[in-house]
Ligand binder design. Structure first.
Ligand code: BG6
Length: 666
């Protein structure tokens, strides 16, 4: 996904824009660029490749001025080259635009503009926006009643253009004819305004503004913002000024910094115990033998009436939802359906009256999850959200919910947000369960067990050596299977996802017993199977599945309870995790399934190659960027290591904490 940073103030814009882009590097990109205004001159600099390439370019050709916009691009329309990099200009430099999202009707708009004589210099949908704004700006005439806004014509030109677009956008616009103004707009792609003293910012992710602005405003869909050095305004779809909720950025610079770690993903893996403590803090009650939440916005009677829960999410959050299904059914005895948000939003399933829809999302901005939530609200179902990013769109729009308190998750492969999602789902299952079937004694036991989770997760982080050994032994493999049953099945899916996303190694996750209905045909001596097999009620069944793989000569990597010699005797490699109750095991296992331990200061990891074609944070996306063809075996081992570490079984939850009401605007 692309990144946007904009600035207007009293300092040189160029270094601020470059630093903001560096903070968004983790999202992945293939080119970067910026445009500044100095008086009535537009300075445009852009380069395919990494931000270092852009930095070198501006060193040779500085871009002066105290106002500008910048962008990291991830190619959608047209290859990654200098011409397709953003910003794009319209009307021979009349406006410059950076854009996240996809314009679905760009081809017809482009044809129309070409018949009017416009000559395009890129393949992008974004240039269509720039050219349209320029055309509309030229046709805007007379003085408009825009109150005391300094740039009514430009606002009108942007606004008219937005009305013509079908698709999604988060965008920023500058024009040398309005040298003091940055305009931003969003529809389906996040944009946040940062408020400083005599300076204002725009970013697609609040993480880019940490340490720069203390307060932010999250733009809502179809809103537009106008920034000057001294003022900011939010306009609605009719272009009337609206009041906006101002949020404080609670993250600190250190939260958004890699610190001593080589990669964000590694840092975030090591932050899991503390993140879990933050998720639990203040939410567990010995007295009530239960958990409690301040932001559900449903009273006890309403919660008692719930007869069905639909969990909807994407990616890793979907796998957390699958764990939630087991938890709710076991502890609350409530039927649960788990739906990919991208499917659910377009389906029309019959939904009973007493059904609540719970959206799970780290970012709170995932388009499909948001659409699924909105569709559920439209049909009148109470909606809740489990969100990490305070003030995000889903957090604002859900009727109630629970914040994850994982802190900023910058690595694109989700780690600490996943464990916090599972922790919060466990506490919610306890909460619902205590209103129904769970006794005070059972509740008290769960509370105790949950409090032990952060320490158990801490112990799982001591597994670097075994994870590294596994990675070095199997780093050459091109295919992996991840197999588990019950609570471990979603973790197997997540493990396979992590391996694919981080290592570019093909992997499939299956319920271990399903393997014999087809996938077992893939098993051979070159296809390792990762078995999730801590002790539990169906341990023996999983052992039989392991034997089936062994019988076909398949290597077995087992994730098992500490000291389990029976597993060690049968598996080729074992990674041990602390013994915790079964329902808490997904919290310990996740980290070792995906990664082979990107651990602190590992020189090997530092040397992983990252292609210049898709520069992303190594460990998160950087590893993924090395294509199989160009990867050396050692580097693949390192990536495998990292994905394996992410998969290690997570022990139970730990203790303490705070539920901020998701629906709160504060
Ligand atoms: C994907 C990410 O794009 O979005 C996954 O690669 C993530 O890591 C998924 O799980 C869903 O994101 P979110 O923010 O809704 O949890």
């Amino acid at each position: 996904m692309c990144g946007i940073v904009g600035y207007v103030g009293f300092r040189d814009a160029e270094p601020i824009l470059l630093e903001g882009l560096r903070r968004l590097e983790y999202r992945g990109y293939d080119s970067a660029g910026l445009a500044t205004l100095h008086g009535a001159r537009l300075h445009l600099r852009k380069r395919a490749g990494r931000i270092q390439d852009l930095t070198r370019h501006v060193r040779d050709r500085p871009a002066p001025g105290c106002i500008g916009i910048s962008h990291t691009r991830w190619a959608t329309h047209g290859p990654a080259n200098d011409s397709n990099a953003h910003p794009h200009v319209g009307g021979n430099g009349l406006v410059a635009v950076v854009h996240n999202g996809v314009i679905e009707n760009y081809a017809s708009l482009r044809r129309q503009l070409e018949t009017e004589g416009v000559v395009f210099t890129s393949d992008t949908d974004t240039e269509v926006i720039a050219q349209l704004i320029a055309r509309n700006l030229r046709t805007v005439t007379g003085d408009r009643d825009w109150g005391d806004l300094p740039c009514g014509d430009l606002i009108e030109a942007v606004s008219d253009t937005l009305d013509m677009l079908k698709g999604t956008y988060g965008l920023a616009v500058v024009s040398p004819h309005y040298p003091d103004v940055v305009i931003g707009a969003r529809l389906g792609s996040p944009l946040v305004l940062g408020i400083g003293e005599g300076e204002h910012y725009l970013a697609s992710d609040p993480g880019a503004l940490v340490g720069l602005a203390e307060k932010v405003v999250y733009l809502q869909d179809r809103q537009l913002c106008v920034l000057t050095r001294g003022e900011w305004h939010i306009l609605d779809q009719e272009r009337s000024r609206v009041e906006a909720s101002v949020h404080k950025i609670e993250w600190e610079v250190a939260d958004a910094d890699k610190g001593l770690f080589d990669h964000y993903m590694l840092k975030e893996i090591y932050e899991q115990p503390e993140a879990l403590e933050n998720a639990l803090r203040g939410r567990l009650s010995d007295e009530e033998a239960s958990s409690h939440f301040g932001g559900l916005n449903l009273d006890t009677q309403a919660l008692r009436r719930v007869e069905r829960i639909i969990l909807t999410a994407c990616g890793t959050s979907y796998h957390a939802a699958l764990v939630g299904e087991y938890l709710f059914e076991e502890f609350a005895r409530i039927p649960v359906e788990v739906e990919y948000a991208s499917e659910f939003r377009y389906r029309n399933p019959p939904i009973d009256r007493n059904t609540i829809v719970l959206a799970i999302t780290q970012s709170g901005e995932t388009a499909d999850t948001l659409a699924a939530l909105r569709e559920s609200k439209r049909k009148g179902h109470p909606t809740l959200a489990l969100c990490n990013v305070v003030g995000s769109t889903i957090a604002r729009e859900a009727d109630g919910g629970v914040y994850l308190h994982a802190g900023p998750e910058i690595g694109v492969a989700s780690t600490k947000a996943f464990t916090n999602q599972v922790a919060v789902l466990t506490m919610l299952a306890l909460h619902f369960g205590r209103m129904r079937h769970l006794s005070a004694l059972q509740g008290a036991q769960m509370v105790r067990e949950l409090r032990g989770v952060p320490d158990a997760v801490r112990k799982t982080l001591n597994c670097h050596d075994s994870v590294r050994r596994v990675a070095e032994r199997y780093g050459h493999a091109n295919n992996f299977l991840y197999l588990g049953r019950q609570y471990h099945y979603p973790v197997a899916l997540e493990g396979a996802l992590k391996l694919k996303e981080i290592s570019y190694i093909h992997a499939e996750g299956y319920p271990a017993a399903e393997m014999k209905h087809g996938p077992i045909a893939l098993v051979d001596e070159d296809t390792p199977s990762v078995f999730l097999m801590p002790r539990g009620p169906i341990f023996d069944k999983v052992m039989s599945n392991l034997e089936e793989v062994k019988a076909r000569g398949g290597p077995v990597i087992a994730i098992a309870c500490e000291g389990d010699e029976e597993v060690a005797a049968r598996a080729d490699e074992v990674i041990y995790v602390p013994e915790v109750p079964e329902y808490l095991q997904p919290l310990c296992q996740e980290r070792h399934c995906g990664v082979s331990a990107p651990h602190r200061g590992s020189p090997g990891l530092r040397s992983c190659p990252v292609t210049s074609a898709k520069p992303r944070d190594s460990l998160t996306r950087g590893f993924a960027d090395s294509t199989l063809a160009t990867q050396s075996i050692p580097s693949r081992c390192q990536q495998l290591l990292i994905s394996t570490i992410a998969l290690l079984p997570a022990p139970r939850l730990s203790r303490r904490k705070i539920v901020a009401p998701v629906s709160s605007k504060a």
